[in-house]
Write a protein that binds this ligand. Structure first.
Ligand code: NAP
Length: 307
């Protein structure tokens, strides 16, 4: 594989950054990988497992001479990190991020950046419920979409280079406008996570069902909810705070549909329920046919798990 960026700086060394580091090592698309994280503990672990070529103490140090800077911190922390690195960025470099929300990151990051760098948002549609520098693996992005969300003035060559980079990590790429990205992700990821958090919370609150009954008898549906509801609390708090409008819009529609299903159950309207479930089954088939999951009985999920 040819080198795409001479030096890549990873700011934040959690699941996504550590997976990127492993995937870069696998394909050789970065000649040198520099990493940093907020806590000394994370930096120590990253150094111990040899995640990057260099682990440095600050984000400002990490970006020096980097051709690509990837912000891999929670969405709510992106602005402060951008402010810290801005004076130290190499002229002509590309700054990108992996945040799950795009409008809020763009608004928080770009005011800090100098005119001689390009900002292009990114969002790998791949993840697990695990966090931290030990949780990454090289295959995380294989055959998963990475959504590329360029600002209007981003140079086409810089966009194309970033796309080639994500493809080198195993991803398929699609370009998307940022508000549309946030709406799509509210449907496919953010609202489903909130529903999973709620369902697990309901089971936890229900005093007539004991904890051990929940643990021992959890059928496929609930078990899958618990996996999603184990996702990082900081990351998901920030997602809901920053993708407020789109998430609330989808939750409003969800509530309407839920009421309709509730009424069908109360009225014994089996035809409504059967038709509804037949339609949703088709969506599952479509996802499997598009290669985004498998029909394997383990919730269609590899042992590593994918969100
Ligand atoms: P993670 O495993 O929890 O790692 C987060 C990293 O950010 C850690 O290195 C942490 O440093 C650092 N960090 C946390 N708060 C910070 C702050 N206030 N200032 C500076 N650094 C801070 O997270 P992740 O799952 O890799 O997620 C990173 C980004 O990817 C998020 O924006 C998320 O929305 C996005 N994303 C996640 C997934 C997923 O499924 N996990 C999928 C797609 C996109 P310490 O370790 O030192 O605390």
């Amino acid at each position: 594989m040819t080198v795409i960026y001479e030096r890549v700086a990873l700011i934040g060394l959690g699941l996504i950054a550590s997976s990127m580091a492993h995937a870069m090592r696998r394909c050789g698309s970065a000649r040198e990988i520099v990493g940093t994280a907020r806590s000394a503990e994370t930096r120590k672990v990253a150094a111990e497992i040899g995640l990057c070529d260099h682990i440095v103490e600050s984000a400002a140090d990490a970006v020096a001479d980097a051709d690509l800077v990837v912000l891999c911190v929670p969405v709510g922390a992106m602005g402060a990190v951008a402010e810290e690195i801005a004076p130290h960025l190499k002229p002509g470099c590309t700054v990108t991020d992996v945040g799950s929300v795009k409008r809020a990151v763009f608004d928080a990051v770009t005011p800090h950046l100098p005119d001689n760098v390009t900002f292009i948002g990114g969002h790998p549609m791949a993840g697990t419920e695990h966090s931290g520098p030990r949780s990454g693996f090289a295959e995380l992005f294989d055959d998963r979409w990475c959504l590329i969300v360029p600002s209007e003035d981003a140079a086409p060559e810089a966009i194309q280079t970033l796309i080639s980079y994500w493809e080198s990590l195993g991803s398929k790429c699609a370009q998307m406008e940022m508000d549309h990205h946030d709406l799509v992700c509210a449907v496919v990821s953010h609202a489903p996570h909130l529903i999973a958090y709620t369902m697990v919370g309901v089971a936890d609150d229900l005093s007539r069902v004991t904890d051990s009954e929940v643990v021992n008898f959890s059928a496929a549906g609930f078990r899958d909810f618990t996996r999603i509801a184990a996702s990082d609390p900081t990351m998901w708090r920030d997602v809901f705070l920053t993708n407020k409008d789109a998430t609330l819009e989808i939750l409003g529609r969800f509530t309407e549909e839920l009421f309709a299903l509730q009424r069908a159950i109360r009225q014994g309207d089996g035809e409504h329920l059967h038709d509804y479930f037949t339609r949703t089954r088709e969506i599952r088939r479509g996802i499997i046919e598009a290669g985004q999951d498998t029909a394997a009985p383990n919730f269609g999920r590899a042992p590593g798990g994918q969100t």
